[in-house]
Design a protein around this ligand. Structure first.
Ligand code: ADE
Length: 255
């Protein structure tokens, strides 16, 4: 899969995507990057790519023309128009399901905004799909673009080894992943839960499912409400509720 990234800070992207698993996937040819500096496509004498917003207001906006020139150079080279994503806090929330969906594309073009944003006409002409990585505002689109590239790449064929891809991941079935432990068995007085040492695969799987349920209910009630509970899940949660009620009965009340 190829990622084409339009940015004013190509060094930032190049550095972030050349190490670890993505660096290895790149070397092996499972993914590739074409990082373009939008500034290389300006026809403005002083190399400006931004201007003040019409109607007034703080900050500067990225102008449409250098972005369109850069995009057209890419589409001419390719002979086809890739899907375009614009990373912005005003976008649709990017999720694991989106990562899987984009991983099916042969190419994805990501436009990184800077300053106060981008002239809306550029987004219109590119038919850009707006995506946000969360409800907070970053100084530019480079980190969000890298976050999306990372999440999409690990879903692309060949990028993760069988061992790395694992069987169960966070967000599968709207559940967060269960807690994990490795050697030693006891660390600073804390024991690994004994079921994990039992060698009983069925029991281990059940314990993990239960822990994932508890963790998701506590940390992400929004996801928990979407989990399809099995009969066994309901039984476990009822028992858990009874245990918690018992504990609360022993607790003194303070007013
Ligand atoms: N640019 C600035 N903040 C962003 C965010 N949260 N998501 C995507 N792009 C952004």
């Amino acid at each position: 899969m190829r990622f084409t990234i339009l940015t004013l800070f190509p060094e930032m992207i190049e550095q972030g995507l050349s190490v670890s698993i993505l660096g290895r996937a790149r070397e092996k040819g499972f993914i590739s990057f074409d990082v373009r500096n939008i500034r290389d496509y300006t026809t403005e004498r002083h190399g400006h790519v931004d201007d003040a917003p019409y109607g007034g207001g703080a900050g500067m906006l990225m102008q449409a023309d250098p972005i369109l020139r850069c995009y057209r150079a890419v589409t001419e080279e390719r002979g086809r128009a890739p899907r375009v994503v614009y990373v912005t806090p005003q976008g649709k929330q990017f999720t694991q399901a989106d990562a899987k969906m984009f991983a099916e594309e042969e190419e994805l073009l990501i436009l990184c905004g800077h300053y106060e944003g981008v002239d809306e006409r550029a987004l219109q002409l590119l038919s850009a799909e707006p995506y946000s990585i969360g409800d907070y505002v970053l100084t530019g689109g480079e980190l969000p673009a890298m976050v999306m590239v990372d999440a999409i790449s690990r879903m692309a064929p060949g990028v993760l080894s069988n061992q790395e891809s694992g069987e169960i991941e966070s967000f599968e079935g709207n559940l967060l992943e269960y807690p994990q432990y490795t050697r030693p068995e006891v660390y600073e007085g804390l024991r690994v839960p004994s079921v994990l040492l039992s060698g009983d695969h069925k029991k281990v799987a059940q314990w993990r499912r239960e822990q994932a349920l508890l963790r998701t209910r506590e940390r992400r009630p929004d996801l928990f409400s979407k989990v399809e509970l099995t009969k066994a899940d309901c039984k476990f949660l009822r028992e858990q509720a009874a245990k918690e009620a018992e504990k609360n009965e022993d607790r003194p009340l303070y007013f």
